[in-house]
Design a protein around this ligand. Sequence first.
Ligand code: SF4
Length: 171
Amino acid sequence: MSRQLRGHHLMCALGFRGHGYSPAFAANMADILAALDRAPETPVQVVDVPDGICAAFPADQPGHCLEADVVERDRRVIARVGLNVGDVLTWRELRRRLGAAFSPADLDGLCTTCRWLPLGFCREGLAALQSTSAVDAGKREMPGASAAGGPLSAAGAPDATGAATPRGAPR
Ligand code: SF4
């Protein structure tokens, strides 16, 4: 099954420790991330609009999913990993690129308005990913990386798996 994830949620996934805006939001996010981790070859389309994680944002809380700074955060993450909005890569390759493109200190500038930033989980998650990647790189090739490391499909061009199918909706 393919997925859509907004750019900054790629980063949030690294620091997710079960916290969320509500128990239902956290459970939904945990389900999505667990599914991706079980199947790291899953094609993921990177977007700058609300995704399946946003879909569980509680309706009784002030929303932020469409705010300009959040959309800008999506676009900054997507550009930093060398992609365009709408590109599709495997979950494994996206994580590899995140680890290569960001340092934990970068989150202070990227996530200034996020309530989870002070907890430090995301910096820790990124550092852990980089530590794991360094160990893996010494042992073997990343089996999920394409030969060129490029997108499975480009923005606006659905890939062969139908990964461009939109999912999720604004709350
Ligand atoms: S600090 Fe907030 S926006 Fe930044 S990666 Fe962590 S949860 Fe996501």
